[in-house]
Design a protein around this ligand. Sequence first.
Ligand SMILES: Nc1ncnc2c1ncn2[C@@H]1O[C@H](COP(=O)(O)OP(=O)(O)OP(=O)(O)O)[C@@H](O)[C@H]1O
Ligand SMILES: O=C(O)c1ccc[n+]([C@@H]2O[C@H](COP(=O)([O-])O)[C@@H](O)[C@H]2O)c1
Length: 214
Amino acid sequence: MSAGRAASGEPVGVGKPRIGLLGGSFDPVHSAHVDLARAALEQLALDHVELLPAADPWQRRPLGASARQRQTMLELATADHPRLLVNPVELERGGKTYTIDTVSQLPDTAQYIWILGTDQLQNFCSWHRWRDILGHVTLAVAQRPGSALQPPAELADALDSLGAGLLHIDFTPQNISATDVRRRIAAGEPTDDCLPPAVARYIGQHQLYLSYPA
Ligand SMILES: Nc1ncnc2c1ncn2[C@@H]1O[C@H](COP(=O)(O)OP(=O)(O)OP(=O)(O)O)[C@@H](O)[C@H]1O
Ligand SMILES: O=C(O)c1ccc[n+]([C@@H]2O[C@H](COP(=O)([O-])O)[C@@H](O)[C@H]2O)c1
């Protein structure tokens, strides 16, 4: 594991609190998200992890739950974990969600680690102004079934030229996705192995995801 470096070549925020950021559509939040945040918290010596629901994840089809519902489900999923916090900054900003807009506004009082699965690592170079993101956060990646842990060449080159590291979270691959959760709910199949119970109850009470695809 190596420390991140900003575009200046200086280590990103050495000696400052370490804050993990886990962005997502969370449509809905599922157990692998919570496990991933907890693994990052422990393995990367983070002070806390903030889960950031995206307002309008522009690369996706329309979402199945509203912003308020996705935020509430995150709050239910993290209620028992005092160091997992829900940060609604992207919902409050509104509009298409570009991570650069989020990370460029972070106060210079902490070191920030952006947590992502291997699917988004492989997709990273399609993110808006992705090179600029690397000047604000260190990336930490967790294995997800079906996509490689190795960064794409363009990203590896950019990290190299910044002298930046890519952190790895030791994470046993979990075959859980929000897509499959939505499919299961629409099919009337059980979800108890992939949803925090309070989230499953909320989805039932609000009759979310009854049609697929949402
Ligand atoms: N099973 C998983 N293992 C590791 N990382 C995951 C897993 N599920 C989601 N993530 C990561 O969590 C972040 C947010 O994911 P997101 O909210 O899009 O959930 P998702 O399950 O990928 O949703 P969907 O199936 O709708 O694409 C992304 O960085 C993603 O890579
Ligand atoms: O900034 C971008 O252009 C961008 C493009 C795709 C994804 N992201 C972010 O990546 C995170 C995971 O996205 P998703 O679609 O897998 O839920 C979430 O925080 C998104 O806002 C960001």
